[in-house]
Design a protein around this ligand. Structure first.
Ligand SMILES: *Cc1c(COP(=O)(O)O)cnc(C)c1O
Length: 454
């Protein structure tokens, strides 16, 4: 180690910090990597290594690091009004202007916003809101929300319950009652001998099956990410969403499109719901809303839901920091920057087609069974046998690949043996070339390590 401070920080981490989603013993053995600064699409660690951030932080730094406009917006708002709440029939300009801005970008009819501090809080809000909606309509039995196995909707009790991560359910007695899960549209991993099209229809039909099993009179809503992010960038087959929409049209239930990752330009549209032509009733948002410069989330709600809520008396729900003025000011600056620089259009017409074309070249690598993606989000599947899709067993190939990436100046995340990226939306073509070159180098290093084993 070249910087003595690195070790001091690692000691602080061992002595005083409990990190999210972390095996503490493993981290303590190794020592945390300390990230100290960032600019554009690059991070620097405390040892001075420059790292291309292929994950935009945690899918959130859409405008890239170091944008003064967002810094200025926060400072100006802190001087003017650093805090006030939205309870007790009060409001403030940043939250109201942001709600209008989001309503203008969202699909037709989604014109109201309930603000939260995070994506998890947004999904807690969703759960209470959809149940309250049906109770107000005189159908209090409609309480069950259907989610998907391997979906991710956050880490609070409601978020983790709506999500379908079995490892999360195993800790803390989840899911809570009234939440059901159906299979995910993960063709490469679970499609077997079916064609992607047939499998997409099959996966959508699981929704209908579940509605009928539970009983339409007991189902409040279906929640899903347009593209599953944390589950491993699961891009559904083309047949999936049209079939789901057909099923949703048949039954009187609400549809929640979790846009926490897909929102704010990730797919080349403002929202994943526009990319797939979904017509959700509610859209949880967070992450790219502020490009991660400050925490904020929300639920965008369709007017047909709002009309019912209007009759429901007090909606007894909210957070101290709902619509926090500084966060709202940063979100406004972020959206205005995305618009002014035409970043979402640039993703759609320039960088997404380029990234997706270059990313698919990785499919020729001996370790890669599939390369897929949409917009600026993509995945590769690491396999032992491309024909049979057999994995390397017990070798943690994904983790090995991730470590090679870090060591070679690239953040690429591992979800099991699926490697995923979601770079800042401002990434340019040279930086995409660098990302692909580094990814290929790391795949070479990984395959050299594991071939002949597992
Ligand atoms: C990250 C994420 C969440 C949770 O957001 P937090 O801000 O971490 O609470 C919810 N839904 C999806 C789809 C996410 O990716």
């Amino acid at each position: 180690m070249s910087n003595p401070q690195t070790e001091q920080w690692q000691t602080l981490s061992r002595q005083h910090h409990l990190a999210p989603f972390t095996d503490y013993q493993a981290l303590n053995r190794k020592g945390a990597r300390i990230i100290t600064k960032a600019s554009g699409v690059y991070l620097w660690d405390s040892e001075g290594h420059k790292i291309l951030d292929g994950m935009a932080g945690l899918w959130c730094v859409n405008v890239g690091y170091g944008r003064e406009e967002l810094v200025e917006a926060a400072a100006a708002q802190m001087r003017e009004l650093p805090y006030y709440n939205l309870f007790f029939q009060t409001a403030h300009p940043p939250a109201l202007e942001l709600a209008q801005e989001i309503a203008q970008l969202a699909p037709e009819g989604l014109d109201h916003v309930f603000f939260t501090g995070s994506g998890s809080e947004a999904n807690d809000t969703v759960l209470r809101m959809v149940r309250h909606y049906w109770a107000t309509l005189g159908q209090p039995d409609k309480q069950v929300v259907i989610g998907r196995w391997n979906g991710y909707h956050g880490s609070t009790i409601a978020g983790a319950s709506l999500g379908g991560m079995k490892g999360m359910h195993a800790q803390g007695g989840l899911p809570i009652p009234g939440i059901e899960h159906i299979d995910q549209p993960y063709w490469y991993g679970e499609g077997g001998d079916m064609t992607p099209e047939d499998f997409g229809v099959w996966a959508a039909e699981q929704l209908e099956k579940k509605i009928l099993d539970v009983g339409e009179g007991r189902v409040a809503a279906f929640i899903a990410e347009p593209i599953q992010g944390a589950g491993g960038v699961i891009v559904p087959p083309d047949s999936y969403w049209p079939k789901v929409r057909e099923i949703l049209a048949k039954y009187d239930i609400l549809f929640v499109a979790d846009e926490v990752i897909c929102g704010f330009g990730r797919t080349g549209e403002w929202f994943g719901s526009q990319y797939y032509d979904l017509k959700p009733d509610l859209m949880p948002i967070a992450k790219g809303l502020t490009s991660g410069y400050i925490p904020m989330g929300g639920v965008v709600v369709h007017e047909r839901v709002v009309k019912v809520l209007d009759r429901g008396g007090e909606f007894a729900h909210g957070f101290t920091y709902s619509g926090h003025p500084v966060a709202a000011a940063v979100a406004l600056a972020n959206i205005r920057l995305l618009k002014r620089e035409g970043i979402v259009t640039q993703v759609k017409t320039q960088t997404a087609p380029y990234l997706q074309q270059r990313w698919r070249e990785l499919a020729e690598h001996p370790l890669v069974g599939e390369a897929r993606g949409v917009g600026l989000v993509a995945a590769i599947e690491l396999v032992k046998n491309k024909e049979t899709r057999e994995r390397y067993s017990g070798l943690e190939v994904g983790m090995r690949c991730r470590e090679h990436c870090f060591a070679n100046g690239l953040v690429m995340r591992a979800v099991g043996d699926t490697m995923i990226i979601a770079p800042p939306l401002v990434i340019n073509k040279e930086e995409i070339d660098e990302l692909i070159d580094k990814a290929r180098t790391c795949l070479d290093l990984t395959v050299r390590e594991v071939s002949g084993k597992g």
